[in-house]
Design a protein around this ligand. Sequence first.
Ligand SMILES: Cc1cc2nc3c(=O)[nH]c(=O)nc-3n(C[C@H](O)[C@H](O)[C@H](O)COP(=O)(O)OP(=O)(O)OC[C@H]3O[C@@H](n4cnc5c(N)ncnc54)[C@H](O)[C@@H]3O)c2cc1C
Length: 296
Amino acid sequence: MATETFDLVILGAGPAGLSASIYAARAGLRCVVFSSGPIGGELPEISHISNYPGFVGSGADLAEAMKKQAEAAGARIAYGKCTRIRQAEAAGGLSPKNAGPSEGFVLAVDEEEISARAVLVATGSEPKTLDFEVEKPVSYCALCDGNLVKGKNIAVIGGANSALQETLYLADLASKVTIISHSPLKAEKFLCQKAEKISNIEIMEGVEVSAELLNQFDHIFVYIGKRPASCFLNDIEVSVVNEQGYIVTGVGERAHETTLAGLFAAGDVREGTVRQVITAAGDGAAAATEIIDFMK
Ligand SMILES: Cc1cc2nc3c(=O)[nH]c(=O)nc-3n(C[C@H](O)[C@H](O)[C@H](O)COP(=O)(O)OP(=O)(O)OC[C@H]3O[C@@H](n4cnc5c(N)ncnc54)[C@H](O)[C@@H]3O)c2cc1C
């Protein structure tokens, strides 16, 4: 892999990256998908998906179906973490978008160098962590750690969809689940109403979390937001991220391209998108279509 050159490197094998890989493979691009974590991205963490049209079931099953479909289309998927991206130097120097065609990019993936004419960043986001220590175990994925809470009194921190969805799953395992949200719940009404009807779920709204409060529980699950997985872009000469680290696209004529020709973004890592499976998959498809056009 070390010396290989690709038309397109896709970073991330979540719904955005896998969907893009289907389009890229079908268009005959020499393309590889690298993923630092499980194939499917966050999908395997989702116990039950009911808002992806045409599919109702576990995220793990959807991840497997997407992976199979991508491979059947000819996509190559490999494990590998990108730690750096830089622009390839042309004879005339670096190529910002307004200086003409891109010379491509050099990526460090598991410390090996890989070249690509175009890169699609679809690396999603990572959970924000508590900014203080607690004495009790802390988790960020109910499906992964649910087996640790059987019969226990647990707390879920957060008030958006992920927190509520995870609470509904954990309530079947724990003796009691207390949702603690610093503001009124922001999750969809459907999820809030469901939680309100379950006898071992308590909802605490407008409560600031503290170590003292959380230490009263046996186990803590945290869903207080995300931060984009984009720090490997720091070596690029021109900033392509906003203050929070989300990738800014759509400055030029292509909606998923950054200010650098040939550097694209899709899914949760992109600024201003709805962060859902369906939007990530759609974003991947749209970005791949723009990349196919860029290659021409
Ligand atoms: C608990 C939970 C429940 C959810 N429930 C729902 C739901 O019911 N419905 C819904 O629509 N959405 C739900 N979501 C949100 C949904 O999962 C995301 O919006 C979606 O997965 C985003 O897709 P993505 O491809 O942009 O990123 P991700 O799925 O996050 O995938 C990112 C990929 O990038 C890889 N990666 C990261 N950094 C690097 C790197 N440096 N190099 C190489 N690879 C890298 C990761 O390993 C991963 O493969 C839920 C999320 C969570 C956490």
